[in-house]
Design a binder for this molecule. Sequence first.
Ligand code: NAD
Ligand code: LMR
Length: 359
Amino acid sequence: MEFIASSINQRIVRISAHLNPPPNSQMEGSCGLLRRGNCRAKGGSPGFKVAILGAAGGIGQPLAMLMKMNPLVSVLHLYDVVNTPGVTADISHMDTGAVVRGFLGKEQLEDALTGMDLVIIPAGVPRKPGMSRDDLFNINAGIVKTLCEGISKSCPNAIVNLISNPVNSTVPIAAEVFKKAGTYDPKRLLGVTMLDVVRANTFVAEVLGLDPREVNVPVVGGHAGVTILPLLSQVKPPCSFTVEETEYLTSRIQNGGTEVVEAKAGAGSATLSMAYAAVKFADACLRGLRGDAGVVECAFVSSQVTELPFVATKVRLGRNGVEEIYPLGPLNEFERAGLEKAKKELGGSIEKGISFARK
Ligand SMILES: NC(=O)c1ccc[n+]([C@@H]2O[C@H](COP(=O)([O-])OP(=O)(O)OC[C@H]3O[C@@H](n4cnc5c(N)ncnc54)[C@H](O)[C@@H]3O)[C@@H](O)[C@H]2O)c1
Ligand SMILES: O=C(O)C[C@H](O)C(=O)O
């Protein structure tokens, strides 16, 4: 009788602790129950530890869901300045291997980051119609700076996937923060331009009448307007385009983000396709970390491929992050002209990020 009563009491305590975590305690998914001794088996699976910063946002939530489904992830930390208790409780009920923990507010940033192998950052404000990505600089630059200071302190060896816009400036900011802290490893800092590749594959497949999963379009340069440069001459499988097709595709790929911002009419920018792209890219980084051979994706990284300090190109991912940076390859006249335009804008955005961080 006593045993049953105490067991029921324990359960009530357990449920109320889960619903009302004490202030400043980290919220936990299944592992909170494990710590209190109510489960027999160890949760989680062998794999990598991944943190998402900005996990309660439009990208963060579907990204968290998809990362919880990724068999390479054993521990998933969800950090935001709002709403992580709900998102964590929700996602932690998925019966996949990764253990989920939630962290709320700056005082929990250190715990969120300690021990992480990969940190994905979609924190920051999105565009509204009429805005450029650069219009987000004033708010997002400071957010990225603070989060990167946390990374330097708590997981300086983690691979960082930076999604927050303007990527062309936030990646240089992150690099400067890491340099200042003495933790900078250019191989481990990657701006996420995967959505440009995902869009390019989709739009090119539409024009060619192919399955988008069979198409691979390298997209180089940066992640804003004319800095987004699809290399249609290097599409796989090999194919050719008319001048009209080239112009249409280049413009659609460069303006894909604006297409979504306008369709959402003030409710934000791409979130679902971005979460898909972010997971595709994060999975490639984790496969690289695991030691898989031949993992090649496009990303915005520190590079000597052009005269600019950062550019998006194809990179090979491995145990240390970026193991190899590929040259741009043979460009046609249209692409050479596009590259010149891209470099002009990109240089200014990179410089803006560097000056902000050095202030
Ligand atoms: N790289 C790309 O291809 C790409 C694609 C789409 C969107 N983005 C960018 O991603 C960012 C996020 O977009 P979204 O639609 O998810 O926005 P959102 O507003 O829906 O979510 C952003 C989240 O960041 C959180 N946040 C704000 N300040 C924070 C801080 N200091 N620490 C931790 N979290 C913080 C917010 O609370 C919110 O939950 C935007 O800057 C957007 O432009 C980039
Ligand atoms: O367009 C935006 O502002 C978000 C993102 O950069 C995108 O390409 O969808």
